[in-house]
Design a protein around this ligand. Structure first.
Ligand SMILES: [Zn+2]
Length: 271
């Protein structure tokens, strides 16, 4: 079964036609994890998981939102405890150097303070994930000049904290970064970007991936793959990511769908 390992049907972008988007998922059929980016969208992810077969939830405060609200550990713990079969991961959490400008403008913080706060919140997610035996969904993004590498900093945190079960979603690091995450046993998530990436970096990364560490995702409503670029993304479009990976690896689309489903099950659903 197709498995979208990172999607946001819990976001405003679907407020008008959520039922229809969900129906297309159920008709496909497919499984997915809705990813929280703040407390309200985490709650919404759980609600969607409760109401729909094969839907799961990940709870977290996105690194770009760490100054918008406090990461209330007790509230997240209560949500996990009350929804044991539906909450499968913590995140998205991690380090984002890309959006520093906007946060600096809004909160007048230095880059060092921005990163320190992101790390503090990241570690709190890790602790909750470990205490509850949940996977970790990690977000990383380098700065706008691509000169500050968030990925090596993320890897240091994961190693320091002895994290075992994590996916680096929408992987955007170098081939070397990818090799380092693979060696440490982590999963990498690939989005629709792979269908239009002209740098060749993602393709070279897919080629060195162990089959059992590849996840596919939409990150919907963002990052719409070909042939729908320019429109809002949605979970069923995960199939185009599978198709592209199949093409790169000389496999059938069905083989990629099967393998990535097993991988998602191992990461999110095995206790
Ligand atoms: Zn996301």
């Amino acid at each position: 079964m197709l498995f979208d390992s990172h999607t946001h049907l819990n976001f405003q972008a679907y407020s008008e036609d959520l039922a229809e988007v969900i129906k297309r998922c159920q008709d496909f059929p497919m499984s997915l994890v809705n990813i929280g980016a703040a407390l309200d969208t985490s709650v919404k992810a759980i609600e969607l998981a409760k109401n729909n077969q094969n839907f799961y939830a990940s709870l977290g405060l996105h690194p770009i939102h760490v100054f918008d609200e406090d990461f209330a550990v007790d509230k997240y713990q209560a949500l996990i405890s009350d929804n044991k079969n539906k909450v499968v991961a913590m995140g998205e959490t991690g380090l984002d150097y890309y959006h520093f400008d906007e946060v600096e403008e809004k909160y007048r913080v230095s880059f060092a303070d921005y990163v320190a706060k992101q790390k503090e919140v990241f570690v709190k997610h890790i602790q909750l994930a470990k205490e509850n035996n949940l996977a970790l969904v990690v977000h990383g993004r380098n700065d706008k000049n691509n000169s500050l590498n968030c990925y090596q900093d993320i890897l240091s945190v994961l190693k320091e904290q002895q994290v075992k079960k994590a996916v680096i979603h929408c992987f955007g690091g170098s081939l070397k970064d990818a090799q380092d995450f693979i060696s440490a046993g982590f999963y990498l998530g690939f989005t629709g970007i792979i269908t239009f990436d002209k740098t060749g970096v993602l393709e070279s990364i897919v080629k060195i991936m162990p089959a059992d560490r590849i996840l596919i995702e939409t990150d919907a409503p963002y990052l719409t793959p070909q042939p729908h670029r320019g429109k809002r993304n949605e979970p069923v479009y995960t199939q185009y990511v599978a198709e592209k990976i199949a093409e790169i690896l000389n496999l059938t689309k069905e083989e990629v769908i099967e393998q990535t489903f097993e991988n998602a099950k191992n990461l999110f659903l095995s206790k």
